[in-house]
Design a protein around this ligand. Sequence first.
Ligand SMILES: N[C@@H](CCC(=O)N[C@@H](CS)C(=O)NCC(=O)O)C(=O)O
Length: 218
Amino acid sequence: MLQLHYHPSNASMAPHLVLVELGVPFELKLVDRDRRAHHAPEYLRLNPNGQIPVLVDARDDGSELVLYEAAAICLHLADTHADAGLAPPPGSDARAMLYKWLTWMTNTLQATLLLYFYPERWVDTPEAAAQLKAHAEAKAGTLLDQLDAELARHGGPWLLGERYGIADAYAFMLCRWTRGFARPARSLPQLGPYLQRLLARPATRRVLAREALPQPWV
Ligand SMILES: N[C@@H](CCC(=O)N[C@@H](CS)C(=O)NCC(=O)O)C(=O)O
C-alpha cells in the first residue's frame, strides 16, 4: 500500500495530485506541523531533512520503498504507472523536456518560494527578512514569466504541450503558492487560463477538497 505523508498545501500537493490522477489506492498520513511532527525521530527516520512529503510503498513481500523529494516521488509514480501516460517515455525528447522543467521548478522557482515563505531562516532581523521576502517575490515573478512564455511558445494546453502530466501537477502546486503575491501566477496571460484548466480537472478538485483548502485556490 502506498502512503503519502502530507500537510495541506505543502510540497506534498504535487504527489497527492499525481496519486489522485492515477486513481490508485493510497493512504494519506497527516504530518502535524503544529506539533512539529516533521521533526520527531520517527519522521526523521523517513526523511532526515524533516521536510514534507515522504512516500512509503510497503509491499506484500515485506520490502519497503521510502522516498522523499516531491519531484522524485512524482517521477516514480509516473514510471510505476506508465500506462497512465503522466510522463513521456524515457529516452524521448519529451521526457528530456520533463526532466528540464521538473528540475527547473524544484531548483529555481520552488527554492525561491521557500526563501519567500521562510526568510527568517536566512537573516537575523525583521527588516532583513522583509527585504529578502521582497527580493524573493520579485525573483519568483521573473520565473513565473518564464513559465508563461513557455505556454505562449507552444500554445499549451499543458506545460509539455498536448498532454497533461506530472509537470502540470507540480506547476499547479507552485503557482498556487504565489496567490498572495502582488502579481500572482493567476494574473499572467497564459498562466491564468492554464490554472483554470488545471482547476477544472476532477482530480485537482478532489485534492483541494481532501486537503480542506479554502478559496482562493490559485
Ligand atoms: N525539496 C523538498 C522540499 C520540501 C519542503 O520544503 N517542504 C516544506 C513544506 S512545503 C517543509 O517540509 N517545511 C518544513 C520545514 O522546513 O521545517 C521537496 O521538494 O520535497
